[in-house]
Design a protein. Structure first.
Length: 151
């Protein structure tokens, strides 16, 4: 059976970039307003906002371009900041997590491991409650896991 990539489609990737650009623009505006004031202790605050902006940007790039490769050995996580392999023997289940963030419902898939904490599967986060593409991704992962475990 050939390896399968799971990640965002181009529409979802483009939408996430627009959201990231708007948030970055708003944060930059706040930093410019603070810099134009005559407060003596503004540099530590602006520096903190700059670090926050970099962390948010790297997190967004990690979210947008993170993918997982389903292989015969297991799940290979490919993200902006790391590479990781989770063998099928360490997988205890695949679950859908729903959480409310800023009055939006976000859904993603998580791999529950036999030992250790559950990990969010890259390329599966969505803000659509009934997302057919997310369900297809979950079916593909569970099917590959079932074949690897049952032979």
């Amino acid at each position: 059976m050939p390896d399968v990539w799971i990640g965002f489609n181009s529409f979802d990737r483009q939408r996430a970039w627009w959201q990231n650009n708007l948030a970055t623009l708003a944060l930059t505006g706040v930093m410019v307003v603070i810099l134009t004031t005559h407060e003596p202790n503004k540099w530590w605050f602006v520096s903190s906002l700059g670090v926050l902006a970099v962390v948010a940007f790297v997190g967004t790039v990690n979210l947008i371009y993170g993918r997982v490769l389903l292989t015969a050995r297991g799940l290979e996580f490919h993200t902006f900041v790391s590479r990781r392999v989770i063998p099928w023997s360490e997988v205890a289940g695949i679950e859908t997590r729903r959480r409310v963030i800023r009055s939006r419902i976000l859904c993603d898939l998580r791999v529950v491991r036999v030992r250790g904490r559950a990990l969010t599967i890259p390329g599966t986060t969505t803000s659509r409650v009934m997302d057919a593409e997310l369900e297809l991704k979950q079916v593909a992962i569970q099917e590959r896991w079932s074949r690897a475990v049952n032979g």
